[in-house]
Design a binder for this molecule. Structure first.
Ligand SMILES: [Zn+2]
Ligand SMILES: [Zn+2]
Length: 263
């Protein structure tokens, strides 16, 4: 069996992804209440005590909401960069923290490689995972795609990537100007069109499985994200099912498990 991602919920109001292979289970981020996370885990038949670790991308509330409770009540180790752990300690409270090694580390049998992401947090990272059968990548909260992220994505079987906002909806939407600028900046979030263009480049290296995530509830819809991807792919002659597979993770329900290797 290969590494899989099960998005328990993904979007501007909370993010948590179950990462598993046949032997190990851990979470990327925990941006819901403890009750919310345990209910979502129960839907996929997982108990909180089965979670071996939570690895944190950055300290924004939609990624760390129940980090203190998971750490203290379930004694789950929390992996994050040193600066992010300090920020969590300051803003939420102490956790059973482990500083991630930026050169890579191992949880159970899965190799985990953190990488820098351009986002307005103290020390934000994404993660690449590898076991002997497969490779998977998690990259949301990106102001823009970087060469490093593209290279890691090209080397992965499964990629969860941000498709945060539709440019027209953001422009015409209700947010104050400073917030619109923040979201669209180089250290904000990735638009549907930037995400689609990145996917087109990534599939040059072979078929991939994608999960589009972290959709904004106010500045995006599932239909807009899907249309943006379909348009870019159709224009380039790329075929879903042959060159790529894509699904969209949503905010309020658990998305079906996506295996890194299903071709
Ligand atoms: Zn963020
Ligand atoms: Zn976020």
């Amino acid at each position: 069996m290969a590494i899989s991602f099960t998005p328990l919920g993904s979007g501007s109001k909370g993010n948590s992804i179950l990462v598993s292979n046949e032997r190990h289970k851990f979470l990327i981020d925990c941006g819901f209440s403890y009750k919310g996370i345990t209910e979502k885990l129960a839907l996929v038949d997982v108990k909180p005590e089965e979670i071996e670790a939570v690895i944190i991308t950055h300290e924004h509330t939609d990624h760390v909401k129940c980090v203190h409770t998971l750490s203290k009540m379930c004694n789950i180790p929390i992996y994050a960069t040193q600066k992010t752990l300090v920020e969590i300690d300051r803003s939420i409270g102490p956790v059973n923290g482990r500083v991630v090694d930026m050169r890579g580390f191992n949880i159970g049998g899965i190799d985990v490689l953190p990488f820098r992401i351009p986002h307005d947090a103290v020390d934000p990272v994404g993660y690449a995972f590898a076991d002997k059968n497969s490779k998977a990548l998690y990259a949301t909260d990106l102001g823009h795609m970087t060469l490093e992220i593209k290279a890691l994505a090209k080397d992965s079987d499964l990629i969860m990537i941000e498709s945060n906002y539709d440019e027209t909806m953001l422009k015409n939407g209700p947010y104050p100007v400073f917030l619109k600028r923040r979201i669209a900046s180089d250290t904000g979030h990735l638009s549907n069109s930037s995400c689609s263009k990145a996917i087109l480049e990534i599939i040059e290296s072979g078929p991939k499985q994608f999960i589009l995530g972290h959709l904004s509830e106010n500045n995006n819809t599932i239909t807009k994200a899907r249309e943006a991807l379909d348009n870019v792919m159709k224009k380039a002659g790329a075929e879903e099912g042959k060159d790529y597979m894509a699904c969209i993770a949503v905010q309020h329900t658990v998305t079906a498990t996506v295996l890194s290797k299903c071709y």
